[in-house]
Design a protein around this ligand. Structure first.
Ligand code: ADP
Length: 618
């Protein structure tokens, strides 16, 4: 028909633009090249008349253009659009249809875009788009490695590119969804440290990402994989204790996973000679095993199966692998936590056991202490009767004429009477201590003036202090308010403190007793009395212990060497009695001293605090 084209007929010549609606590009991926696109190979000789070319365009509606060759050499390409545009011009039919196609090629004067077939669609589209607007739809000539050249509709190239762009955004969206899912998995897994719950959670979460028929988390220890969680297994007790011993055999899939740290996938276990089917498990044909790696160590494996063969895609495996990274950290954390918990429990058990032992030891000590107190009470009572009798007889003998007639005998008898007194005092102290221990100390409270208490004490100690040339300073005691207390117990307590000051201060030293009104905690009005001396002082390590009964720091040899002699220690009961009496009055007692030194004599300061009123509870 076109061969007889004339000017008139030209009005009925109406070839359309290339058909692109039918083009199927669904097979394209992000890596596709130009070779994957529909191309055409239509070469015409430069001498072919234009109307013959027009006919081909009319017959082949998808033909985007023609390649013009001469002597096997490509001269250029003419697109269908350009062809139509030229023919449609005034005199176009005469100029182009009746003449060789070479004429049109020369008038177009555009450089043909030629690209290799391996060029990716993305690259090609970018190059095509960089061309000026009027060449936008000019066909692209594609050179294949076989030296074959084909023509590609630029419009198809752009369609392909937009298809790829939507693929990219789809992939991006999928990546985002995956990242979101992974974040959720991480959150769920890290929210639990329960070593039983975490493996189960791992399988549960994994099922959302990569559905499977049967799954198990197995931990690797000493060449054995032990099941710690499973899902989709038949209701069989054996599932809980399922173990796989990793064979030292190159073909062993589990060894491969542990050694290579890579996933292993078996498309169809029925066709795999190394596969050992567990008899009581239904056969699932696809299997994948993914290592669990934590702290650069394979700690186990996730094992998944699907019913039919070849059901795990590469994407599935990659997804399980990514997931396994998170799961391994969660499992390792849970294991470490379990270790800490068991260590803590072990420690608690030990502490409980030791506390129990200490309680028993304490009860034993308490029992022994009670026995000691009982012994003290009994022996003190037993001693007191004969002592009273000895003292009585000595008094009687002393006044008899026979004794009076011999000048030396009354002196000796005075000695006996004084030593019996000393002994009686010790026995009384033993009874006091026993009473304090048994909480049976009786108090008879009245208004007590501290100055009166100290006057009594000083009168009793005056002679000894004079002998030892000790200076005594009293300060503000007469200004102290009266206190509600037992006067004889307080006299006993402060006597013991002052007598100690006398005993542990070298001759010529000084003793100072001062007092002040103070407030105890909760504004309870009280007095504080401080007995200071310029004596030997007390080592810090003994400062609390000296208030325990029978505790002495001095040399044993000096004990009982004298009631008020320098360093003449007693039985170690004095301060225990003092403390018992002060505590019975709801008071406090402590000592301050810079340490023990017989050369420097840093001195000691005994502080006693006593509330002014008796407490309501008494
Ligand atoms: P003791 O019967 O041995 O004097 P105490 O209970 O009265 O027993 O005193 C216990 C110990 O406290 C004494 O052996 C002594 O070492 C020490 N001690 C008490 N008062 C003083 C003091 N003022 N200076 C130095 N040491 C003291």
């Amino acid at each position: 028909m076109l061969e007889s084209i004339d000017h008139k007929k030209n009005s009925s010549f109406n070839p359309t633009l290339p058909l692109t609606s039918h083009v199927d590009l669904s097979h394209l991926t992000l890596d596709s090249t130009l070779a994957d696109l529909p191309t055409h190979c239509f070469k015409v000789n430069a001498s072919t008349l234009g109307h013959l070319v027009a006919r081909r365009f009319e017959e082949q509606l998808t033909l985007p253009g023609v390649i013009v060759v001469n002597d096997g050499k490509i001269l250029g390409a003419i697109s269908r659009r350009k062809f139509l545009e030229r023919v449609g011009r005034q005199y176009g039919v005469e100029v182009y249809l009746r003449r060789p196609i070479q004429v049109m090629l020369q008038s177009i004067k555009t450089k043909m875009l030629k690209l290799p077939s391996q060029c990716t669609i993305q690259e090609a589209a970018q190059i095509a788009l960089r061309r000026p607007n009027h060449l936008f739809y000019e066909p692209v000539v594609i050179q294949f490695s076989s030296r074959e050249v084909r023509i590609l509709d630029a419009y198809v190239l752009l369609l392909a590119q937009s298809q790829l762009l939507s693929l990219v955004s789809q992939a991006e969206q999928e990546r985002r969804q995956l990242a979101e899912a992974m974040r959720e998995v991480g959150r769920v897994l890290s929210s639990s440290l329960d070593s039983k719950n975490v493996p189960q959670q791992v399988l549960h979460q994994l099922h959302h990402l990569v559905p499977y028929e049967r799954g198990a988390v197995m931990l690797y220890r000493d060449g054995v994989l032990e099941t710690v969680a499973h899902q989709g297994f038949p209701d069989d007790e054996r599932a809980d204790t399922l173990t796989i011993s990793v064979q030292n055999d190159e073909d062993d899939v589990f060894l491969r996973i542990v050694k290579t740290r890579h996933p292993v996938s078996i498309g169809d276990v029925r066709l795999d000679s190394t596969w050992q089917q567990i008899a009581w498990l239904p056969l699932n044909r696809s299997w994948v095993g993914v290592p669990l790696i934590a702290r650069d160590r394979v700690i186990g494996m996730v094992s998944l199966t699907r019913l039919e063969a070849n059901e795990f895609t590469e994407d599935d495996i990659n997804l399980v692998l990514t997931f396994a990274g998170q799961a391994a950290i969660a499992l390792e954390n849970a294991r470490l936590y379990a270790e800490i918990v068991s260590f803590k429990e072990h420690l608690e058990q030990m502490v409980e056991q030791r506390t129990e032992e200490l309680n028993i030891a304490y009860k034993n000590l308490e029992r022994l202490d009670r026995t000691k107190s009982d012994f003290i009470t009994v022996s003190a009572h037993e001693l007191r009767t004969p002592l009273t009798a000895i003292s009585g007889y000595a008094q009687i003998i002393k006044v008899s004429q026979v004794i009076q007639d011999d000048a030396s005998l009354p002196v000796m008898l005075d000695g006996i009477i004084s030593k019996v007194d000393d002994l009686s005092q010790i026995v009384n102290s033993m009874l006091d201590v026993a009473k304090i221990d048994n909480h049976s100390l009786r108090m008879y409270r009245s208004e007590v003036a501290m100055i009166a208490v100290f006057e009594t004490i000083i009168t009793r100690l005056k002679k000894a202090m004079d002998e030892r040339k000790l200076t005594l300073n009293l300060s503000s005691l007469d200004e102290l308010p009266l206190i509600h207390a037992d006067p004889s117990l307080l006299t006993k307590a402060f006597y013991n403190i002052v007598v100690n000051a006398v005993k542990y201060t070298p001759n010529g030293g000084a003793i100072t007793i001062s007092g002040q009104a103070i407030c105890l905690a909760e504004d309870i009005p009280a007095i504080e009395v401080i007995v200071s001396d310029s004596g030997t002082g007390i080592d810090p390590e003994h400062q609390e212990l000296i208030f325990e009964k029978f505790y002495q720091t001095g040399e044993l040899a000096l004990h009982s060497s004298g009631h008020t002699k320098f360093k003449g220690g007693g039985p170690g009961l004095g301060l225990a009695i003092v403390k018992g009496i002060i505590i019975a009055h709801n008071g406090e007692i402590w000592v301050n001293s810079d340490g023990y030194s017989e050369e420097d004599c840093p001195g000691s300061h005994f502080h006693v605090r006593l509330p002014i009123a008796a407490s309501d509870e008494e």
